[in-house]
Each structure stands twice: as C-alpha cells, then as structure tokens.
Design a protein around this ligand. Structure first.
Ligand code: PLP
Length: 318
C-alpha cells in the first residue's frame, strides 16, 4: 500500500475494529451523516468548479458552542445575499451541528456549515436552476497560528494584493472567493511573515485570510468598518472593550495608522483574539503582543470558559 493511503487509513479507520474513525471528524451532506473521510462532493458541482459556496464556521471549546445563534444568523444572511436556497431551517441546521459533535465526540472543534450551489440539468450553465444543498462538518479545533506563535505574537505584513472590492464580491457574506487572500498568503510566506493583511483600493485596512484586524493607538482601539466580514469574534472583542471601558472606534483605518500603531491584534473563530508583534518587519512592544491586546485576549477566554454566549453540545445520540 502506498504511504498516502496508509497514513489516511490509520487516521480515519480504527485499526483494531476496522470501523470508520469518527473522532477524526464527522460530516453531513444533503441529508446524510458520515465519518469525515467519506464526506465528498462531485467534481462537477459548481461549488467546486466555480467556488460557488457561502459558509460559516462556529467553534466548540470544552463541549460548548460559542455564539451559535450569531453564526447561523450570519450563514442565513450569506445564503440570502448570494441567492442560495436549502431545505433545512435554522433549527434543523442547529440540530445537525449538535449531531455532528455527538458523532465525533470532539470536545474542541471547528464546525463548518457550507451551502453549495450544486448543479442544474446537463447543458444548463446558469446557476439559477441549480439545486443548492447543505454540507456541514466538525473537525478538531485549530487556531490561526500554533500556541507558541500566539504567545510571541503574529508577524504580519501588508499585502501588495488589494482585497477584492465590496462592489464586486460582498465580503460581509462569508464566501469562497479566496483568490486574493490565498495569493497574499504566498506573498507573506515569501517575506517570512505569518500572515498578510489586505488593503482596499484606497489603501485602507480591510482584513486578512480568516481574521479581522484592530489597531491600538494612544489607548484607543480601532477596526475597519467596510469591505470585510463582520466577524463574530470582532463583535466579541468590541463587547469586551465596552466592558473594560477601553475606547473603541469602528471606522476607516489607513495603512499609515496600521504601520504606526502602538499595538495590533486580530480576531477570529480560529483562536479568538491574537496579538501581533511585527508589522512589515517593524517590532512592536519588545516583539510581543501589547498589553491591551493581551487583556482583551485573556478576557475573551475567561468569559468563554465561564459560558459567555455558550450553548452546551448535546452529546446524546437519539
Ligand atoms: N475575515 C475573513 C475573511 C474570515 O474568513 C473570517 C473567519 O473565518 C473572519 C474575518 C473572522 O470572522 P469570525 O470572527 O466570525 O470567525
């Protein structure tokens, strides 16, 4: 057997019982549940051929979903924005996500809900007649960067590739148009940075691949208001600023302001709040996340562990 198959067999199949390994994750496609290794879509699907997908991702930490209502509501808004229609209601989506968690038994997970365009009858090229469907999966939780980089802070660079303009692709609807984000990650890699941040065509900060961006200048936190996903973790960071009496502004943030900021941090479902220690090679805060960023990060996790906006997973399988 070749190495690839051997590795995947051992990951996805329990070697003693030869049964599928649900703990690697669980999938749901268009009405059926399956171990993650079996969750596949046809190569002819427009979801694949045209990146025609809207999606959302919610995290589970210590057996508790975080802001599940907000993620399902945003998912529904994204579906409406891009004219997707599925048979499942919001309540049914919630039940499916709980069942995926129960099947996998995972305590910490990344739980995705995707709406795929599907296909129309042979020969039809317009998406108007396609039958859309829901695909969800739960896999082990992962963060934007590993723990040691969370502690030392993300090394960020400003990408030369602008974020696709809002007028072309509405970034507030979470979607698979990742061409700009993907290429900018190659650019970051070539420059030895962990992550890029993308600007709009006027040179204002938008977001990065999988996260929103914040600056801290003279004790005031600022985050962009346009041409980016309105992150659920971004909303959480704003709530925490309000609670901690940290002044907060939602407005245009220029690249000059980013480069001169006292602190920078990012927010994402993949890790919560994470500090930045370098921007384009400039060292911030002795090469560590800044104190306000750290305070917000710690508060985020304290509140989550205390059940803030939490919905415990129902691990009972009916
Ligand atoms: N921006 C983009 C492009 C994203 O893909 C994500 C999340 O995946 C975010 C921002 C952060 O959003 P959230 O906090 O809801 O995870």
């Amino acid at each position: 057997m070749d190495t690839y198959r051997q590795e995947n067999m051992s990951k996805n199949v329990d070697q003693e019982t030869r049964t599928p390994n649900w703990s690697a994750g669980a999938g749901y496609i268009d009405g059926k549940f399956m171990p993650i290794a079996e969750a596949k879509i046809p190569v002819t699907d427009w979801a694949y051929r045209r990146s025609d997908v809207v999606y959302d991702v919610v995290s589970v930490w210590d057996g508790v979903f975080f802001r599940l209502d907000d993620h399902i509501a945003r998912f529904r808004r994204s579906m409406n924005r891009y004219k997707f229609n599925i048979k499942e209601t919001d309540e049914e989506i919630r039940t499916i996500l709980h069942k995926l968690m129960a099947l996998s038994g995972l305590r910490n997970a990344y739980v995705a809900m995707d709406c795929l365009r599907g296909q129309a009858a042979p020969g039809v090229r317009s998406p108007v007649k396609a039958r859309n469907y829901l695909s969800c999966h739960a896999v082990p939780f992962s963060t934007l960067v590993p723990q040691d980089k969370i502690e030392r802070g993300i090394h960020m660079m400003v990408s030369s590739i602008p974020r696709i303009p809002h007028a072309c692709v509405d970034a507030t609807a979470k979607n698979f148009h990742w061409g700009d984000l993907n290429l900018s990650m190659f650019e970051a890699d070539e420059k030895g940075a962990d992550y890029p941040v993308l600007l709009d065509l006027e040179g204002n900060v938008t977001e990065g691949p999988g996260f929103n961006v914040f600056t801290v200048t003279n004790g005031v936190v600022a985050t962009p208001d346009y041409n980016m996903l309105e992150g659920v973790s971004r909303a959480s960071a704003m709530d925490i600023c309000a609670e901690l009496n940290i002044p907060f502004e939602v407005r245009k943030v220029s690249v000059a302001e980013l480069r001169d900021a006292d602190e920078i941090f990012v927010s994402s479902t993949a890790g919560g709040v994470i500090g930045v220690s370098r921007i384009d090679g400039r060292i911030l805060n002795n090469d560590r996340p800044g104190p306000i960023s750290e305070k917000i990060r710690e508060t985020y996790w304290q509140k989550r562990l205390a059940g803030w906006h939490g919905e415990p997973v129902n691990y009972e399988l009916e």
